[in-house]
Design a protein around this ligand. Structure first.
Ligand code: TXA
Ligand code: MG
Length: 319
């Protein structure tokens, strides 16, 4: 966590250059978009993305939107369907987020997708955001720049009120013109699904596609709306036993702290490191075909709450 007060930067060449350098060093920078201020981090850097959760005090890992300077940058990370291309051509830059299949080896931290194989991407329509993205020249993961459970910020002052001292810098680009979050359309399946209403009207999207958007329960009646709500979502294939001090017979140990184990979330007991490692290690356990997994106790404060939330889902009974 950043101890020093958050630095307020002007959206000029000097301010944007400093903001891009903070991002490059794994720091957190809030920046204006046309919808709301985003809390940005390098989407390829596990530790930087873990810091987003720490700064917001989010009690769970929800997948984050990746912000890009233009559509070619998004095409390097995701597979675009014809519908997705049509929507991007019509509404980017703009307040539309597309959820698309993630390109394998795209280099995006698994903490950004919360372990999913889809990625949410958008090209914001804000001069300052685009200048920052061009200057940084990489994918920027950014949820709204507010503490968890609070109102999304539409001015730099809102950001400072909520997150002062918890993030490195905020670029002050004035008030956000749209003021509500982006519309989210999932184009990763057979038919486009509306995941969140937002800045681009649903009618405009449907007119562009010439078809009605499905609602999540129509697309997958047996699945709850948000991926994080499904208890056993993101679970590894093996059975998970929590709060284990040592591995039992046949178990593979996912450790935390100074314990004997196969994979360790953080040998030094650092929750930021553990959060940064979590999804990568769960994928590694699958790659090892681990059938029974024992997990060390994780302290239930700070980032430990989000880690424990995810581990409880991984350990939930399932078919
Ligand atoms: O306007 C916006 O979208 C703002 C600005 C900063 O761009 N960002 C924003 O991010 O609202 P956030 O984190 O507050 O909301 C992201 C939403 C979450 O509800 C999350 O569940 C959904 O996007 N999301 C992200 N990736 C997803 C994925 N792969 N599949 C389904 N939903 C996803
Ligand atoms: Mg939000």
């Amino acid at each position: 966590m950043t101890a020093a007060p958050t630095i307020q930067l002007l959206p000029d060449a000097d301010g944007l250059g400093r903001a891009a350098r903070y991002l490059g060093q794994g720091g957190l920078v809030a920046f204006p978009t046309e919808t709301v201020y985003g809390l940005g981090a390098d989407a390829r850097n596990d530790t930087a993305v873990a810091r987003i959760y720490e700064a917001k005090g989010r009690p769970s890992f929800n997948p984050l939107i990746v912000h890009l300077a233009d559509q070619p940058a998004a095409e390097a990370l995701c597979h675009f369907s014809p519908e997705a291309r049509r929507l991007a051509a019509a509404f980017w830059p703009g307040a539309l987020t597309l959820v698309l299949p993630l390109v394998a080896q795209a280099g995006i931290s698994p903490l950004v997708t919360a372990g999913l194989d889809t990625l949410a991407v958008r090209v914001p329509d804000h001069e300052v955001a685009r200048a920052l993205l061009r200057s940084f020249d990489g994918p920027v993961a950014a949820p709204s720049a507010n503490p968890s459970g609070r109102i999304s910020p539409t001015t730099a002052q809102h950001v400072v009120d909520g997150l002062d001292g918890r993030i490195d810098a905020v670029v002050d680009g004035g008030a956000c013109p749209v003021g509500v979050e982006s519309t989210i359309v999932d184009c990763s399946g057979a038919a486009p699904v509306l995941l969140r209403a937002g800045g681009i009207p649903v009618e405009a999207i449907e007119a562009c596609l010439g078809q009605t958007l499905l609602l999540p329960d129509e697309a997958a009646p047996d699945r709850p709306t948000a991926p994080g709500q499904l208890a056993s979502h993101y679970a590894p294939m093996g059975r998970v036993r929590l709060n284990a001090e040592v591995a039992g017979p046949g178990e593979i140990m996912l450790g935390f702290g100074n314990v004997d184990c196969t994979l360790n979330l953080s040998p030094s007991g650092d929750l930021l490191e553990a959060a940064a490692q979590l999804f990568g290690h769960l994928h590694r356990l699958d790659a090892m075909k681990a059938k029974q997994i024992a997990v060390s106790p994780i302290p239930d404060h700070g980032l430990g709450r989000a880690i424990n939330d995810r581990l409880r889902r991984a350990a939930a009974p399932r078919d």
